[in-house]
Write a new protein. Structure first.
Length: 230
């Protein structure tokens, strides 16, 4: 039997859908049947996860995600993943709240970058993802340096994520802005770019740049599938 996957989702609904579809579709693409692993999803109320970070209350984020993770564990999840980049700020606290293992997105992304032999990558995400140290710290352990956009560009990226993408809005002018931001990261030495918010792949694809893009949703979801079927 496959391991049962627990997903902490709802941050946002759009990314949670992508995780579910990636896991199930990838299984069918590989094996030709519909015997994909069972998936449990705990979808939190997203508003709190917008408000608490803005208030600096990461303790409340950790407590609530820990409680949700415990619900997944109690429901039978064999391992758990957080279906968003930003909330990996409290990954260790959430892992401490449960007895089952958690699959760290940062580790899976670092593995993907290292596999391509890159040493410097750009990072797009929420302002918390771009400005806090959890991403550079994790990738530095693999010898990978992280570049983030300049202040004005970070504001654009953050606004598009919260005002458009989490609501399922995909706008051509925002895609053009993101492509220009990626070009500026390339000019500063980025050899690839992490799409470090699980909604960004809704907007930006490999067709928009010559730099390799690291779709964190797909990378993390495929790693979850691999873990579940081994």
């Amino acid at each position: 039997m496959h391991k049962k996957i627990g997903i902490l989702g709802g941050m946002s609904p759009e990314s949670t859908i992508e995780y579910y579809q990636t896991i199930t579709h990838q299984y069918t693409d590989r094996f030709g049947d519909y015997g994909y692993p069972e998936i449990l999803i705990y979808s939190v109320s997203f508003q709190a996860y917008v408000d608490w970070p803005n208030q600096g209350r990461w303790d409340l984020v950790a407590q609530d995600l820990g409680r949700a993770a415990q619900q997944l564990e109690a429901a039978g999840a064999d391992f758990i993943l957080i279906a968003t980049n930003t909330m990996h700020i409290v990954f260790d606290d959430v892992q401490a709240a449960v007895n089952v293992p958690m699959l760290n997105l940062l580790t899976t992304v670092a593995d993907a970058i290292a596999a391509q032999g890159l040493t410097t990558v750009g990072l797009l995400g929420t302002r918390f993802t771009m400005e806090k140290s959890f991403y550079p710290d994790a990738l530095a352990r693999r010898g990978i340096s992280v570049l983030v956009p300049e202040t004005d560009d970070r504001a654009v990226v953050n606004r598009v994520i919260y005002d458009e993408l989490v609501a399922g809005q995909v706008k051509d002018d925002s895609r053009t802005r993101f492509a220009a931001i990626i070009e500026r990261l390339a000019a500063r030495g980025a050899q690839g770019v992490i799409l470090g918010c699980t909604e960004i792949p809704l907007l930006v694809s490999q067709n928009d740049t010559t730099l390799p893009l690291f779709d964190t949703t797909r990378i993390h979801a495929e790693a979850a599938l691999n873990l579940a079927i081994t």
